[in-house]
Design a protein around this ligand. Structure first.
Ligand SMILES: [Zn+2]
Length: 417
């Protein structure tokens, strides 16, 4: 058995007192300032190399950003009052953005808007340091209080126990509300309850029309966001008609953020319930690897943003590990829709139709169910749960026999499928 470490993040709301709020706002500004300044210097240096051939090519890495931060602290003494781990986390984020840019995954890093940005965050790393009374950590959790480095104690709204090793805490200011996201490591997770259902092996196909289609012909619909979405569209249109920065504009913006928040909460809640139930009932779960980046570029992108499959898949993944289920993602190049699950014929002429007849064996398939079945078979094959079966043999003369084998799915509950 492989030892696994789980990294979990809990998002918890808190209400800071005035002093703490001032302090947090100051740190937010400082972190944003350092981010933008470091980006400015990097862009300037890059330009010198490119345009004037002065200096050498370099990469934005830890070494470089640390130098810049030291320099900035000398120039702007107010930065010394900021939490140093949060400045470092801020420049680390810039390094990440640059890495994406170097590897052609993302565009060039952009400056952060420090004024009208509804979501802003700082990250505090947990440092351990030795004292007379043993090793202490800079971030500590005590009942419903959290101690954050120099910032002191933060009282959170709901009491929560965190029994892991805290790695970092991200403080988020989201539309005027404060949250702390605690990231912690767990070496072992005790299952909350033991699942006793008969094990079920499923493949899941995701789609815009039917949200999740299972290989056993079951469908889970999308979260119902009709009313929330119509409110969001209403406030977006209203906002566009109003004068930017005016008092009515600000009121509308606040309402818009409120509804967007509500949508996030509803979606999150729904995903937690769905992923929990899938993992509860299914012993083996196979899904596709989604090319979300590619999908975002296509004209389907609106629906995908709203759905956030990536998040749901992550939830299923970690809950599956949590409860000892097997989760497998198959290659995104696997032709799950086009393959006939009955005879294996690949129908290259398949269009967008919801039902199709296999030109080879004339089985009529529901598009998504057929795809889900193929995903299950491929998942089982990829994890070695398929068995090679002898289907035919042909005597070749002189004692030679040609054996024909085929991969078949072995259903552990019911015998050979
Ligand atoms: Zn067929």
């Amino acid at each position: 058995m492989i030892e696994k470490i789980f990294i979990l993040t809990d998002k918890i709301e808190f209400v800071p007192d005035k002093d703490l709020e001032r302090e947090l706002n100051f740190n937010l500004r400082a972190a944003g300032y350092v981010y933008n300044k470091t980006l400015e210097y990097s862009a300037y240096r890059e330009n010198l190399v490119k345009e004037f051939h002065i200096g050498e090519n370099y990469k934005v890495d830890r070494n470089y950003t640390q130098k810049v931060v030291r320099q900035l602290k000398r120039q702007k003494p107010f930065l010394k009052k900021a939490e140093s781990t949060c400045l470092q986390a801020s420049t680390d984020r810039l390094i990440q953005a640059y890495n994406g840019y170097y590897e052609h995954r993302t565009g060039r890093p952009k400056f952060k808007s420090l004024k009208n940005n509804p979501v802003r965050s700082i990250t505090l790393r947990n440092n351990e340091y030795p004292t007379k009374n043993g090793v202490k950590s800079s971030i500590m959790w005590k009942g419903n209080e959290l101690r954050l480095n120099k910032l002191g104690f933060v009282k959170v709204k709901h009491k929560r126990d965190i029994n892991g090793k805290i790695k970092e805490a991200t403080i988020l200011k989201e539309n005027g509300k404060w949250f702390v996201c605690i990231t912690y490591e767990l070496e072992k997770i005790q299952p909350k309850e033991k699942f006793t259902d008969p094990p079920l092996y499923v493949g899941i196909d995701v789609g815009l029309r039917d949200f999740l289609t299972f290989s056993n012909d079951k469908v889970i619909p999308k979260p119902d966001l009709g009313k929330i979405n119509s409110r969001i569209v209403y406030y977006q249109q209203k906002l566009a008609r109003q004068k930017e920065g005016g008092s009515n504009w600000k009121k509308t913006l606040e309402k818009l953020h409120k509804w967007q928040n509500r949508r996030n909460n509803v979606v999150n809640d729904y995903y937690h319930k769905v992923s929990y139930n899938i993992v509860k009932h299914c012993q083996f779960i196979a899904m596709e690897t989604l090319d979300i980046r590619g999908m975002l570029k296509s004209n389907l992108s609106h629906g995908i943003h709203e759905i956030g499959w990536g998040k749901l898949i992550e939830m299923i993944k970690y809950k599956a590990e949590w409860y000892g289920r097997e989760f497998v993602q198959i290659s995104r190049w696997f032709p799950s829709s086009k393959k006939c699950n009955f005879c294996g014929h690949i129908n290259h002429d398949l269009g967008p139709e919801r039902e199709w007849e296999c030109p080879h064996c004339h089985t009529v398939h529901k598009r998504d169910v057929n795809a889900a079945k193929n995903i299950l078979d491929e998942g089982l094959r990829a994890t070695g749960s398929m068995v090679l079966c002898l289907v035919d043999f042909i005597p070749m003369g002189q004692g030679k026999i040609l054996y024909k084998y085929q991969w078949k799915c072995f259903d552990k509950t019911q015998g050979m499928a």
